[in-house]
Design a protein around this ligand. Sequence first.
Ligand code: M6R
Length: 606
Amino acid sequence: MCGIFAYTGNKESLPILLDGLQSLEYRGYDSVGIYIPNAGIVKSVGAVQELKKKITSTMVGTSGIAHLRWATHGEPTEVNAHPHVDCSDTIYVVHNGIIENYKELKEKLISLGHTFRSATDTEVLAHLIEHQLKETEDFELAVVASLHEVKGTYGIAVSYKGDPEKIIAARLGAPVVLGIGINKYFIASDASPLLRHTKDVVYLRDGDIAVLTPQNYRIRTYTDVEVIRKKQVLDFDVEQVKKDGYEHFMLKEIMEGPQVIENTIRGRLVPEKGLVKLGGLDAVNEQLRTIERIIIVGCGTAYYAGLVGEYMLEEYAGIPVEVEIGSEFRYRNAPVDKHTVLLAVSQSGETADTLEAIREAKRKGALTLGIVNAVGSTIARETDAGIYNHAGPEIGVASTKAFISQLTALALLTVHLGRQRGMSIDVGRNITKELKLLPEKIQSVLDQRELIYSLAQKYAGSRDFLYMGRKYNYPIAFEGALKLKEISYIHAEGCGAGEMKHGPIAMIDTEFPTLAIAPHDSVYEKMLSNIEEIKARKGKVLAIATEGDIRLTDIISDIIYIPQTLEMLTPILSAVPLQLFAYYTGVAKGFNVDRPRNLAKSVTVE
Ligand code: M6R
């Protein structure tokens, strides 16, 4: 969801800003723009490549702000691209978020004589600052006073012609990271573009305003002129955000699966005692012993991970679990109390709906936990305790490696809570032992990518797809369908296989294929019957099955095999071929799978 980047220092800013934009490109690619004081502003529809074509060698300077847009208010046109400017061309603003009261602010500013050029909400910020500057004659005070008037969410960077080396950034509900170098400072929507410059960062908090010059930085709030925020050192490096020879980040990230699971379980398993160690929960362990209910909240893929978590936690830890999408939980009055845990699952740790669900549950007294991948992100900071996935940065807009690491973290949490509540040592040993074997088993699924590639070629012409599964693989049917929709734009529906005859089967004909997730588990026989029902209606079926399954081969020929594992862990294996299938289908159809249309990696607005 929109990316902002800014730099001030003693080097040429143009290549630094372009490079920053390129690293953030997965956040938005509707339009792009850049401003360098005294050199000018350039904007373009499309991504950074388009902007580069318009840049001339005269764009010289040592500071600047830049933006990638994911349109909310106003079409993706050049006029609506950021930076936005005031009437006198002195204030330049880039913004991620939504100014909710922009209409009334705009009316007020128009009545004061301001002229607007774009249809965006952001432009009011530039005019507000211009207006305040006339009153205060101080850039910093003008920004502070303007933000007082604004309702909504923002991560902004502002540049002022009258003080060209200074950048002012602010955050409320949209992520902003400050990068600290020697005589150089940066602002970015996330840490990835900072890595090639510095590993020292400060994650701004809501209400923080950072004032940067080439010599130093200072953080203030609306009221205090200076506050101290802890510096953090990034724990990943630039290599992790490169494609490593793969054509797309999505493929690279799927192929990282074995390593990702190694990282999620590293140092956390104690198989001989049937235990797991989760240091991030130490502070709340006693409280966890007394909880009566868990509500898992997430969006998109993270929500589907939560659904698998529900099955794991209820079966093995005996705790009642509900799973909700963030955008619903935050607006309904769910009964929550101090015996409830709100468990938020999020790759980015910045998803607005998930974050607001946490805040709502906190207000009602719940204990909040996070399963989060992005270290230092807002959800990681605002939850009481949590588990980091350690999947490394995920750049592909479609979530892949983060999903299997979320499932693994949920399995770890299940053992942890289960062992607190009467799970036997033998069951604990069994699960931890199987978790250890997962990386090797995922590798054997990845080794079948040629087969998956050829199946994707075969089915890429389909207009629709039904995905069906049961029990632990019921959520995987929805996740598989989501992946295919996102990447190949094929209409795909997830469905509980038992539900099929209550409606979805009406769609089945020779042109409407089904992907059945049918591993050898406790609902295998039922899945076989459902596959037969599809076949009886002349529907084509492609299946995920367990190695050695010979009964399925009598009915269908398109089968991808996954190794045997515990039933509760099968989703971690069955998700992988579905990710590859979606990937190769998207590629076969000629789409840029790392930048699916209309999507953004991190959804920081409602
Ligand atoms: O960063 P989060 O895990 O909170 O993101 C949640 C969803 O926006 C995300 O999973 C989305 O559905 C992806 N595009 C799925 O591939």
